[in-house]
Design a binder for this molecule. Structure first.
Ligand code: ADP
Ligand code: MG
Length: 437
């Protein structure tokens, strides 16, 4: 008897969305020469669409018939995948639409999610074309993992869905200022870091969070680390180290960056709330929402689709009593939910795609430039928490609110700049699905 054609496995159909201007603009070339032959070989059928402008991908996925596709893949940096996820969440049928597997073929300058996928697969940390090839191979394997999304609300009441991080201070400054070195690819962050280190800023702010009761803050685990003959970690391979070395700063970096100040003790993340939000001074930041921009029923109410943020109250109201609030001067605040901040920045080694956690990491003012450089150098290997730097704090949380008290600064969501002012977010566990291979 004949087998009905509908019972035969059909080739997977992927919608590839390619940003021709991501990173160094090599996406199309690399895709044609390396990726398309590989996925054709794997019997995957695809449509390749080049984006023509920002938000093009977002509009495209709002209009597609999701039943026609087995996955949507961003051939780009993290920015285009952000558009895809938000486009899906803006659909009336977001509940089904967001379940379509999404993937990434890294060819931008910010490839954090690809770095996390590569690491999750147990592959050695690589950059550029090597990372693209690894991810293309994993894409052919087709395994899918639930992916946490964080609903982020900004002062105007706008809500978006983030899959990587919210950053303020050093990291967002580097990310945005280094846009002008885009032609350098990933090296733009190295140069940006150097420029920023030369004028390290601190930012005053109020950081509130709902601790994840069942998760523990990262405790350094003793791991065998090969120490160079000079007693320091072998850093020669690291890009930042290389750049410092080229500038003649490396050997004498302690002398150059100045002596270490006495460590400032900081409260352990598990300690009881230092104060309730109600006795703190009112925010000096004004954020009058425009007409129609705030939801009728508070931040907990879903606006343009998506699940309600039941852990959040509107930004104008004090955080719930179960939250912890810290008011301090920060070098950086980073709410990160994936292991990588860039393809070679293993910022949160403990993070998992679907752990349901926001890993709130912050560095307090008072850290020396030398110590900051050491943290960033160690981040390539993910060993920065092992340095037990008293200025670096990690707290696993379910929700957070950041209220900048310094008037000027840069906030980013998944590496893209957003309006500056109070911002808050809560995690929605496993809301999306990621092709991890
Ligand atoms: P990179 O990692 O280099 O920043 P991304 O893929 O993150 O690369 O893209 C950066 C930004 O480019 C995204 O915010 C996206 O909206 C925008 N973009 C997408 N397509 C285009 C296009 N055709 N022209 C200009 N910008 C685009
Ligand atoms: Mg980007």
């Amino acid at each position: 008897t004949d087998i009905a054609p509908s019972l035969l496995p059909r080739p997977r159909r992927l919608l590839l969305l390619l940003n021709p201007f991501g990173g160094r603009g090599l996406a199309l070339q690399w895709c044609q020469t390396h990726v398309l032959p590989m996925i054709t070989e794997a019997d995957i059928s695809f449509n390749l669409i080049q984006t023509e402008r920002p938000n093009h991908a977002r509009e495209l996925v709002k209009g597609i018939n999701v039943a026609e596709w087995d996955g949507i893949v961003a051939v780009s940096g993290d920015g285009l995948l952000y558009e895809v996820l938000n486009g899906l969440m803006e659909r009336p049928d977001w509940k089904q639409a967001i379940k379509i597997p999404v993937g990434i073929l890294p060819s931008g300058s910010g490839n954090a999610l690809a770095g996390a996928i590569n690491c999750n697969a147990g592959l050695e940390q690589v950059l550029g074309l090597e990372l693209l090839l690894n991810c293309a191979l994993l894409l052919c394997h087709a395994a899918v993992t639930p992916l946490d999304l964080v609903a982020v609300t900004t002062a105007s009441g706008a809500r978006c869905f983030s899959c990587l991080s919210v950053a303020w201070g050093f990291i967002s400054d580097v990310d945005i200022e280094s846009e002008k070195y885009r032609h350098m690819g990933a090296a733009r962050f190295t140069l940006g870091t150097l420029v920023r280190l030369a004028s390290m800023h601190t930012y005053r702010g109020r950081l509130s969070y709902l601790p994840a009761a069942d998760a523990t803050a990262h405790r350094p685990i003793s791991r065998s680390i090969t120490v160079a003959p000079n007693g320091r970690l072998p850093l020669q391979r690291l890009p930042l180290h290389r750049a410092l070395s080229d500038m003649g700063l490396c050997e004498e970096r302690h002398a150059f960056w100045g002596a270490e100040p006495a460590p400032v003790p900081c409260p352990s993340p598990g300690s009881p709330p230092p104060s309730s939000a109600s006795i703190l001074p009112p925010p000096s930041f004004s954020f009058e929402p425009g007409p129609g921009e705030l939801p009728a029923g508070g931040a907990g109410e879903a606006r343009v689709g998506g699940p309600p943020d039941e852990l959040l109250v509107p930004l104008g109201q004090p955080v719930p009593g179960s939250w912890v609030t810290v008011e301090d001067d920060f070098v950086l605040v980073l709410a990160i939910y994936q292991s990588h901040l860039g393809a070679d920045l293993f910022a949160a080694p403990f993070a998992r795609f679907d752990d349901g956690l926001i890993h709130l990491c912050f560095i307090k003012a008072g850290i020396s430039r030398a110590a900051l450089v050491r943290l960033f150098l160690a981040m390539e290997k993910g060993s920065h928490f092992e340095q037990e730097c008293p200025h670096l704090v990690h707290v696993p949380v379910r929700a957070f609110r950041l209220e900048p008290l310094t008037r000027k600064g840069i906030l980013t969501v998944d590496g893209e700049r957003v309006e500056y002012g109070p911002i808050q977010g809560q995690v929605h566990r496993g809301l999306a699905r990621l092709i991890t291979g």
